[in-house]
Write a protein that binds this ligand. Structure first.
Ligand SMILES: CC(C)(COP(=O)(O)OP(=O)(O)OC[C@H]1O[C@@H](n2cnc3c(N)ncnc32)[C@H](O)[C@@H]1OP(=O)(O)O)[C@@H](O)C(=O)NCCC(=O)NCCS
Length: 413
């Protein structure tokens, strides 16, 4: 059993790990970066090249949290930290003309940087340092990943507009690839996660050197769920109904998901084709796994379990403004016809309205009578019929739109 502790406050690093199915504990401790680099330069007899500087800083960040594990042995929710931690420190810098560039000092600095960077290429270095804090372990390993970044030839107006968003001021190298800065990067040579701030393939390699596999870190993997103190156990979303447990889908659901998505009748009106392979299921789960169905702007997949068996799922995407949600339901053929889908969807819609949402919507292929019956059973109105509006699996199909407003919801939310 292993839990990753991320010694970084960067939301991009956290979200990179989460997208890969890893739910880390986050703990950040201040590091005097100038002092670390000065000490390293003194030891080396010269300023460290950027690739070595990020490694020294990653190491310093990982080491800075170690003493706190003993003094504050619980997380922000008061839950005791597990004793199976591997600590990860990361640091990133952009190298341009041999110079190491961290976060810009102010907007003027960001503008000057972008005038140098536009139409040219730099190297984004991300240092990674792992310290094995599992019981009895003592190892530590580190390495730097470097990716060449080609920048678009921005106009002065684009540079000013970009700097005015504030984003370049918050990030190493004054750009992001996964945010507002995305259109300003024309190409990469190397792993794109390095540019986001955490190279997943390098992390895998480093973990391997500590005898830790990536699957053992997946939230909900057999190793990760055994015990109430794991990241997934602490923070995962759970909703209970009389017969069902509805919870964040994790890697442990991939096999059953692949099985029921491979049933031709289950796939018939859905976006995937049968068979749906285990590899597809794993990739899908890694992409959509989420902790809470109210995660604006992203699809979250919730597994539905009956008597401990994974029998179906609910999909939900809350709009970025947090006011409306789109939902979908899928159950294994053997679990249909028992009212499970009604029970699960009812509970989800109820939860969404309790969380303050205004409207919940579901799309339904007009031929999918089981789905239409289900949506009507939970109290959704058919409010639109789009004729021949979706080109679906080789043919034009009619589509219904069902919706329910919070004011209409029969429950006391
Ligand atoms: C859409 C789908 C989830 C509906 O599943 P379902 O099993 O028909 O729905 P429920 O679980 O609510 O079960 C309702 C049926 O079980 C019966 N039932 C048996 N016991 C019941 C109980 N305790 N409570 C309620 N219904 C019960 C109902 O009479 C109803 O049967 P009917 O539709 O023939 O009248 C299912 O067909 C499916 O997964 N399809 C493939 C995926 C898909 O197309 N999804 C729709 C896209 S959003």
């Amino acid at each position: 059993m292993t839990t990753l502790l991320l010694a970084s406050a960067s939301p991009a690093r956290l979200s990179t790990l989460r997208s890969a199915g890893i739910e880390p504990v986050v703990r950040v401790s201040g590091v005097d970066e100038d002092a670390v680099l000065a000490a390293a330069a003194e030891q080396a007899g010269a300023a460290l090249p950027p690739a070595d500087a990020v490694l020294a800083l990653a190491r310093a960040k990982a080491h800075a949290v170690l003493p706190t594990l003993e003094h504050v042995p619980h997380d922000d929710h008061g839950t005791e930290l597990p004793d199976d931690l591997v600590v990860l420190g990361c640091d990133s810098l952009l190298e341009l003309d041999g110079e190491a560039l961290g976060k810009p000092a102010d907007p003027a600095d960001a503008i000057a940087r972008w005038r140098r960077m536009r139409g040219r290429s730099g190297v984004l270095h991300t240092g990674h340092w792992l310290v094995d804090e599992r019981d009895g372990a003592t190892g530590e390993v580190g390495a730097t990943a470097s990716t060449v970044v080609h920048f678009a030839d921005l106009s002065d107006a684009e540079i000013e507009a970009y700097v005015a968003t504030g984003e370049p001021l918050a990030v190493a190298g004054a750009f992001t690839i996964d945010g507002i800065g995305g259109p300003f990067v024309t190409g990469l040579e190397g792993d794109h996660h390095t540019v986001v701030g955490l190279s997943l393939p390098l992390l895998r390699d480093l973990l391997g050197r500590l005898d830790v596999t990536v699957p053992s870190l997946w939230a909900g993997s057999p190793g990760a769920t055994a015990g109430a103190t794991t990241a997934a156990g602490r923070t995962g979303f759970v909703l209970r109904t009389p017969r069902l447990v509805i919870r964040s889908m994790t890697a442990e659901h991939a096999r059953t998901l692949a099985a029921y998505r491979s049933e031709p009748e289950v796939a018939r009106y859905q976006s995937w084709d049968a068979p749906f392979t285990l590899a597809q299921a794993r990739a899908f789960v890694a992409e959509v796994a989420g902790r809470d169905p109210v995660s604006p702007g992203r699809w979250v997949q919730l597994a539905v379990e009956a008597d401990g068996e994974h029998v179906g799922d609910l999909a939900v995407r809350v709009d970025p403004d947090g006011e409306q949600a789109r939902v979908g339901v899928t159950f294994a053929g053997a679990a249909q016809g028992r009212g499970y889908a009604t029970e699960a969807l009812d509970a989800l819609v109820d939860h969404l309205f309790s969380a303050g949402l205004h409207r919940v919507v579901a799309d339904c292929d007009a031929r999918n009578t089981a789905s239409a019956r289900l949506l009507e059973r939970v109290g959704m109105r058919r409010e639109a019929e789009h004729r021949s509006a979706a080109f679906w699996k080789g043919e034009w199909t009619d589509e219904y739109v069902y919706a329910v407003l919070r004011d209409e919801w029969r429950h006391d939310t």
